[in-house]
Design a protein around this ligand. Sequence first.
Ligand code: HEC
Ligand code: HEC
Ligand code: HEC
Ligand code: HEC
Length: 244
Amino acid sequence: MRRALFGAALIVLGGAGSAAAQSTVAFGPHDLSAGSAIRNTDASINGQTCVFCHTPHEGSPTVPLWNRSTATSTYQVYASSTMDAAAPTSAQIQSGVTGACMSCHDGSIAVDVLANLSGVAHAASVAFTRQATAKATYGASGTGTSNVLNGGAPFLGTDLRNDHPITIIYETARAATPTEFVTQAISGTKITVGTTEPLPLYGASTATATVECASCHNPHNNARGFFLRKSNAGSAMCLTCHIK
Ligand code: HEC
Ligand code: HEC
Ligand code: HEC
Ligand code: HEC
């Protein structure tokens, strides 16, 4: 009897640890040391959850302390005759927060190609050489080879024509059709849209701040699934910006 109870407790704990719905990086889909189907196999950095995206030193300044090279792909982007915001160039996508997401999600750079392996001497020979050495097999929602996303829903590729526009200046759209967009709010250097669970725009001023992947997604918190910043029940996420 005691043994059976003990076993049940273990199963509950195991379930909590492996569930995808995590409010922390650890054990969620972005835990590339353990939680993800696509993951690192280098034991020297396993257990570190931040290292696959951030480094305390030698980081790229475009995204907070970014530990990866930025994406260099050429992207096809959303366009329509009713859009007011200008379509971004590939260079604009690459250099911003969306480029950080795309460094994994367009399938061009392996998840464990890192600038600085924490705790490992970061000689130039170590940086950006892991793609050839670290390999894993995986299945789940993503599929690929050599730790590169190349299939499944998490893989977006370089054709973003069928995705919500990104790296577009919010104010261009709002100024053209002010009755159709919620006005931005400014708090210090943060620019957001919406009052209840506001969504972030990225940029230094309301005139230039852009909608990026991370406006709708928080790469650290998967409590709602799909790393969504807020629930889209009742289209609440869409209506944070669009007045329709
Ligand atoms: C899969 C990639 C990824 C992982 C893993 C990750 N981050 Fe981030 N992080 C990002 C991106 C992209 C941004 C910039 C976008 C944004 O504003 O959230 C960011 C922004 C941040 C910021 C500044 C904005 C904010 O949300 O406060 C902090 C602090 C941060 N990360 C800390 C961490 C820590 C600590 C860990 C490990 C526990 C971690 N991150 C793991 C991708 C990641
Ligand atoms: C270091 C590589 C890496 C970076 C950077 C990264 N991701 Fe991911 N992401 C992945 C992998 C790998 C998966 C698939 C995990 C799996 O299938 O288990 C994933 C899964 C996801 C998912 C699906 C989660 C689910 O519930 O199934 C979303 C949404 C997502 N990422 C969004 C983003 C966004 C937005 C950014 C940038 C803010 C980002 N990711 C940055 C590697 C990355
Ligand atoms: C305007 C808000 C918004 C933006 C911008 C956005 N997403 Fe999403 N994303 C969502 C919502 C809502 C879902 C969940 C519904 C669904 O399954 O499509 C989602 C789902 C996903 C998924 C899960 C797989 C899928 O297709 O359902 C991935 C991966 C993803 N987004 C990555 C990204 C990346 C990378 C970017 C930037 C290139 C991005 N998203 C930009 C709102 C957004
Ligand atoms: C962070 C703010 C934001 C969020 C959240 C958001 N959008 Fe958008 N969306 C925009 C902006 C800005 C544009 C560019 C509009 C323009 O330039 O006319 C846009 C463009 C679009 C377009 C293309 C319009 C056209 O004229 O071709 C559609 C469709 C759309 N959004 C639907 C959605 C849906 C559905 C959701 C929820 C899943 C959503 N949006 C969430 C800001 C947002």
